[in-house]
Design a protein around this ligand. Structure first.
Ligand code: SGN
Ligand code: CA
Length: 725
């Protein structure tokens, strides 16, 4: 009710009320991959960031600030929308942001703010809701970077990217904006993103200094999922000779370095820049090569050398970002703007600075889950506030709107942080007890598996669908997350409570993984089968397509002869993949397997793995099946869908999996309109009169044998004929 009144008031209040607009300006300084371990206000032992620290000294630092999905594009989409990835649709890098959705800059504009974004954007589509924008294409470059202009032309600036972005931001503050309106400016840096190319003025910053690697640098990954060992982001094995380590020419030591990717920044440099670069890097590089050739370096020495190269380059990049903050604060001081301007410093996710032997991010573990968040808001936040409240990037959009006195749409999932600011960092009594996290970029760069989880003040629970594993960490006793206690009897109650909280939070945030397209691309056979099926589909001549999981896949195994007999001469295509759930089918159909085919009929039977592997709810699975049908009908309007009820499983009629399938079928039978979608439940052809599933038809109580396939074919044959086959 209060919200409604507020909304109504807002609609009728003339904006002239804000004639002497006292609403604060907002400057959001955002970097890329800046870990809290590299900010002195957060206790960094390895570098100093005096300008960023100023925000903590003069305002607040948030020690438990988290992202919702530890990756660039997704984090930014969460910030724009105030929603988790599965609802804003930007799940992984390379997606294109749907800019028709509600975003905070659009609403700020409506509330009379001027809005601008300068620097890294990385959301694919143009920024919408900004009076001014000038952005890097994709990841952008460090040296002499190009910027996309509002008219889509590109402009190249001479110099170092962090400085260029700072200059552009200052220029907009000085000359671009209307001084009579409040503003919101996002100044978004590329640094310190890979390939960590520093500005010349910092080449010598760590000269002759050795930076100690973190205590978990030599992690052996024992006591946790094997998936940790499989990912490809170690300092030891995944650093490029050119791109990361800044050597010229051919990879001389393939045992220690990856070859094939040169330092692209070097190519962009002017002769003077190259000269300065080489004057710094070449002596060190040549000394290393010489020592290697003389056999003076042990494996550990090489690892340490690589770490030093990595971490010093990274920290040098951070230093220029700190300068940028300093320059902006100085400008605010000089102009008096400081008094009524909120300044925030944050970064899209955390980063591994050698923890667990890694670089990069993506995992739910602390180093990449955390985001820096420092804020100065004169007159509201007192100097020196240190907050332990759990905040997340989905909170930023509602916070900005709240600062501007604009209504917060109910669809935004985050919560305004303004009450916390007004209360000097203390969370209200009804604040969240846990955050939800999800990472969706399966098996892409760095091979980090899809996973999600929750974190409370003390515990962290993660789930890995690929191996169907839980991991549980006690952050108080094991702050470095070196031992999962999910199997430890002492944590039985904690595990159960965390699992409940996980399920409840997923429901609260409307997470339905059954409809979120997912690959199993990290399983080689699956990738290969997908490629092969895409090729078959591209021929475009299929008339009868079967879509599903292992049960459909089995037409190529135990069902082969029946298939020959019934379907071979009807232009069939088998799109059954063992182990697939609805989300995998959705991915396959939208990524090539249904690009050209226009079959007469598509037989769909899917869902048993959704409840079996993942404990998805029957409602959710049904939504996944609905999505599959919609994709087929949208792509091939003349195709008739023969939707089959999910086959019975388990010997006993009381089998839990069987009951799940019954619950799914109860919902999906209503999808039939008998025009384009036809439904059949043929489960009874496999069952004994007492409801038991006999071994003689499904030996493992899940997959039909040859006779089972025969019964399947017989049962649907009349319908197939009716559908024109
Ligand atoms: C590039 C990097 C990766 C990094 C991603 C995502 N490789 O692909 O190391 O994880 O960006 O980063 S590089 O060879 O191009 O440097 S993100 O911050 O944009 O999400
Ligand atoms: Ca990033």
């Amino acid at each position: 009710m209060r919200r409604l009144i507020k909304t109504l008031l807002w609609a009728v209040l003339p904006l002239s009320l804000f004639a002497a607009d006292q609403r604060p300006n907002i400057i959001f300084i955002f970097s890329d991959d800046h870990a809290v371990q590299a900010i002195s206000a957060y206790g960094s032992q390895i570098n100093r960031t005096p300008n960023i620290d100023r925000l903590a000294d003069e305002g607040a630092i948030f020690l438990n600030s988290f992202c919702a999905n530890s990756l660039c594009g997704p984090s930014r989409a969460c910030i724009q929308t105030g929603k988790h990835s599965h609802l804003n649709g930007f799940m992984r890098n390379g997606n294109r942001f749907d800019s028709s959705q509600t975003t905070f800059p659009k609403l700020l504009q409506r509330a009379g703010y001027q809005t601008a974004i300068i620097g890294k954007w990385h959301l694919g589509t143009d920024p919408v809701g900004y009076d001014y924008w000038e952005i890097l294409p994709g990841q952008g470059n460090y040296y002499n970077p190009d910027f996309i202009q509002m008219d889509h032309s590109r402009k190249r600036y001479h110099g170092y990217v962090t400085d260029v972005i700072t200059d552009l931001a200052l220029n907009w503050l000085k000359h671009g904006r209307d001084p009579n309106k409040p503003f919101m400016l996002m100044c978004q840096h590329k640094a310190p993103h890979r390939n960590w190319a520093p500005a010349p003025r910092y080449f010598n910053l760590f000269k002759d200094k050795k930076i100690p690697p973190p205590p978990t640098f030599h992690d052996d990954y024992s006591g946790r999922s094997r998936l940790l060992k499989e990912n490809e982001m170690t300092v030891a094995r995944h650093m490029y000779w050119g791109h990361d380590m800044k050597f010229h020419g051919k990879n001389l030591f393939p045992k220690y370095f990856r070859g094939g990717l040169a330092n692209g920044e070097y190519r962009r440099m002017t002769p003077d820049q190259k000269k300065a670069w080489d004057a710094h890097y070449e002596p060190e590089n040549q000394a290393f090569i010489k020592a290697m050739r003389e056999g003076k370096l042990s494996d550990e020495d090489v690892l340490q050398w690589k770490y030093q190269r990595y971490i010093t380059d990274y920290l040098k990049c951070v230093q220029s970002v700190d300068d940028s903050v300093g320059q902006i604060l100085k400008y605010l001081d000089e102009t008096g703007l400081a008094k009524n301007t909120v300044v925030i410093y944050s970064s899209d996710q955390g980063f591994y600075l050698g923890e667990h032997g890694w670089f990069d991010k993506r995992w739910i573990f602390e180093e990449s889950l955390k985001m820096p968040f420092l804020i100065r808001w004169p007159g509201v936040i007192k100097p020196g506030v240190r907050s332990k409240a759990m905040i997340q990037n989905i909170d930023y959009a509602p916070t900005f709107l709240d600062m501007a006195g604009a209504p917060i749409p109910a669809e935004m999932q985050g919560r305004s942080l303004v009450p916390l600011f007004k209360n000097q960092g203390k969370a209200p009594a009804d604040w969240r007890d846990a955050i939800y996290y999800a990472y969706y970029e399966n098996a892409a760069v760095h091979n980090v598996p899809l996973h999600d989880g929750i974190r409370t003040e003390r515990y962290k629970l993660a789930f890995f669908p690929r191996t169907r594993e839980w991991q549980l960490f006690d952050l108080e006793k094991d702050p470095h997350e070196l031992r999962s206690v999910h199997n430890d009897p002492a944590y039985k109650d904690v595990l159960a409570a965390m699992q409940k909280r996980y399920r409840d939070l997923r429901a609260f945030y409307k997470v339905n993984t059954a409809v979120i397209p997912a690959t199993r691309g990290d399983e080689k056979w699956w990738r290969e089968r997908d490629r092969q099926k895409q090729a078959e589909a591209r021929r475009g001549d299929a008339e009868l397509v079967f879509i599903g999981d292992s049960i459909t896949h089995g037409w190529e195994g135990r069902g082969k002869e029946v298939w020959q007999e019934y379907y071979a001469d009807r232009h069939p295509l088998n799109l059954g993949f063992s182990g697939d759930r609805t989300e995998h089918v959705i991915w396959r159909l939208t990524h090539g397997e249904f690009a050209r085919v226009k079959p007469k009929a598509a037989v769909v039977m899917i869902g048993t793995n959704n409840t079996g592997h993942l404990m998805q709810d029957p409602e959710q699975v049904a939504a996944g099946i609905r999505r599959i049908i919609d994709i087929i009908l949208e792509r091939s309007p003349k195709t008739k869908v023969l939707l089959l009820g999910v086959f019975p499983r388990g010997h006993s009629p009381l089998d839990m999996g069987r009951l799940n399938n019954i619950a799914i079928n109860q919902i999906i039978r209503r999808f039939a309109d008998n025009k384009r979608v036809f439904y059949m439940d043929i489960g009874h052809v496999f069952l004994d009169p007492d409801g038991a599933l006999p071994k003689s038809l499904m030996p493992d109580y899940l997959h039909p044998n040859a006779e089972g396939y025969r019964r399947w074919a017989e049962a649907i044959e009349p319908m197939l004929k009716k559908l024109g086959l």
